[in-house]
Design a protein around this ligand. Structure first.
Ligand code: GAR
Length: 210
């Protein structure tokens, strides 16, 4: 079985979507550990309830990013994962980390990348009055929120859309697309090529699709 380590910082609703997919045999692998940089992350409770090894690695206890990432690598390597999934992990990773796991780290970002990299994506989209917003799954590279996009989910932004309902709509789509992207990777149908994400052996689109 392919092994997955999930990194979180908070609620862990995307982690939950991955756990649910695994439970339904739709993940193509097994979540062997969840690591959080925050001890109060609710996702840790979700992990424990699912019987998954939950590890807290508080970033405050390390002098700098390099030291933190070295510790993170130690924990991750104990679990020998095929795939590392960032699910609301709110830390910038060092080039050392990114290179060590090149092509094996996926992230989900709450915008239609390359639009709205960084933080407060939903509020910025609302402030700009965009008609469409969404979420992107992408490979993690040295470029923050800049790695090749694998899959996106689009939501329409209503005239009087509130921040709260927009977040809700986008997150609901995140929970649909992230387990699919993870499964594609774990089944060997998705990989990072020199020019971007590559897809193999995908099911044929339904006839009549334009
Ligand atoms: C998700 O909406 C994810 O897209 C976002 O954090 C949320 C985590 O929710 N990620 C980022 O902003 C990454 N920069 P969750 O903990 O409930 O999965």
């Amino acid at each position: 079985k392919r092994r997955v380590v999930v990194l979180i910082s908070g609620n862990g609703s995307n982690l939950q979507a991955l756990i649910d997919a695994q439970r339904h045999d739709e993940l193509g692998g097994e979540i062997v550990a969840v690591i959080s940089n925050r001890g109060d992350a609710y996702g840790l409770v979700r992990a424990k309830e699912a019987g998954i090894d939950a590890v807290v690695l508080p970033h405050q206890e390390y002098d700098d990013r390099e030291a933190y990432d070295r510790a993170l690598i130690k924990v991750i390597d104990r679990h020998a994962p095929d795939l590392i999934v960032l699910a609301g992990f709110m830390r910038i990773l060092t080039p050392m980390f990114v290179h060590r796991y090149a092509g094996r780290v996926l992230n989900i970002h709450p915008s239609l990348l390359p639009a709205y990299q960084g933080l407060h994506t939903h509020q910025r989209a609302l402030d700009d009055g965009v008609a469409e917003h969404g979420a992107s799954v992408h490979f993690v590279t040295e470029e923050l929120d800049g790695g090749p996009v694998v899959m996106q989910a689009v939501v329409k932004v209503g005239e009087n859309q509130s921040l709260e309902t927009l977040v809700e709509k986008v997150q609901a789509r995140e929970h649909l697309i992230y387990p699919i992207a993870a499964r594609w990777f774990l089944e060997g149908r998705l990989r990072l090529g020199a020019e971007g994400a590559l897809f193999d052996n995908m099911p044929l689109p339904p006839t009549g699709l334009r």
